[in-house]
Design a binder for this molecule. Structure first.
Ligand code: NDP
Length: 313
């Protein structure tokens, strides 16, 4: 049978390119889990995906209620869940003030981390029940969360500190940053990506042996043309793609990045669990190292316990 893959934020950029790459193999049905139904439908059509290869379903990760409703709606389709790809993200590098999710958490960490955290915990049960031979859960990471790389050292650097801002609600009353500091939109995004990578490793440690599910993260390369940079200043948006193409040489097209993520979804050679995949300049994949903080097992455990306790409150 065809595999079923849920991809969050498949209405543009990397998510859309991955949905297209999987659909093109003829071996996957893609659930495009998106906040804007019409945009997702149009996006699927614009890249030439055929109707039988995808289903658009509503998911707004900036609302935990919407995450629960998505899980209910998915279960009603009676499809088995074979792969979950947590891909959606928001990035607000120029915001002066924080904005907030439906439940009042700072928007980038709320969407990129907290929404996906709940989604992955709920859907783990569905993955467990699937009889698909290679079940996977993938959380898209980023180099910007890795302070062991050049790009990860561009200030402001990711830093979760002792999670005191998260513990105090991330709601702007005490702080809207995980480390309890002043709001900084670019840092909030990087922090959220560190949380994504810590979550993937904690899931691996807790559930890989018991469930056989492969947990993985990746840095697909710098896809300088996606909507992620939509809130950046115009000059940045003009210069960023050529800068990445010719100076850092880290640039990848959306199509190539989509093929890379599609490999992590289905390629037998990328089936190892607990890995953060990257690609070198000739497009071959390798197991990359994470920064000290993004591989800190104590912090991953603390982050996990903080969120799971709160969900039970
Ligand atoms: P895009 O902005 O093109 O795509 C992001 C997607 O997330 C969009 O489909 C967007 O929906 C969706 N999204 C945003 N907020 C929500 C929400 N509340 N609920 C549901 N969906 C939402 O960016 P990219 O394709 O570049 O980013 C995809 C992933 O790749 C992210 O995880 C990002 O961190 C990662 N990444 C990107 C890199 C790059 O260079 N671009 C490099 C490394 C990692 P909508 O279409 O409605 O806006």
């Amino acid at each position: 049978r065809k595999g079923t893959a849920v991809i969050t934020g498949a209405s543009s950029g990397l998510g859309l390119a991955t949905a297209k790459a999987l659909a093109d193999t003829g071996k996957w049905h893609v659930i495009m889990a998106c906040r804007n139904f019409l945009k997702a439908e149009k996006a699927a059509k614009s890249v030439g995906m055929s109707k039988e290869d995808y289903t658009v379903m509503h998911l707004d990760l900036a609302s935990l209620e919407s995450v629960k409703q998505f899980v209910d709606s998915f279960r009603r389709t009676e499809r088995s869940l074979d792969v979950l790809v947590c891909n959606a993200a928001v990035y607000q590098p120029t915001a002066k003030e924080p904005s907030f999710t439906a439940e009042g958490f700072e928007l980038s960490v709320g969407t990129n981390h907290l929404g996906h955290f709940l989604l992955s915990r709920l859907l783990l049960d569905d993955l467990k029940q699937s009889d698909y031979p290679s079940k996977r859960m993938i959380i898209v990471g980023s180099i910007t969360g890795n302070t062991n790389t050049l790009a990860g050292n561009v200030p402001p650097k990711a830093n979760l500190g002792d999670l005191r801002g998260l513990a105090s609600g991330l709601n702007g009353q005490n702080s809207s940053m995980i480390d309890g500091g002043e709001y900084d939109g670019a840092k909030a995004y990087k922090d959220s990506k560190v949380c994504n990578m810590l979550t993937m490793q904690e899931l691996h440690r807790r559930y890989h042996e018991e469930t056989g599910v492969t947990f993985a993260s990746l840095y697909p390369g710098c896809i300088a043309t996606t909507g992620l940079f939509r809130e950046h200043v115009p000059l940045f948006r003009l210069l960023f793609p050529p800068f990445q193409k010719y100076i850092t040489k880290g640039y990848v097209s959306e199509e190539e990045a989509g093929k890379r993520l599609a490999q992590v979804v289905s390629d037998p050679s990328l089936g190892k669990s607990g890995v953060y995949w990257s690609w070198n300049n000739n497009s071959s994949s390798f197991e990359n190292q994470l920064s000290k903080e993004a591989s800190d097992a104590e912090k991953a455990k603390k982050l996990w316990e903080r969120e799971t306790n709160k969900n039970q409150e």
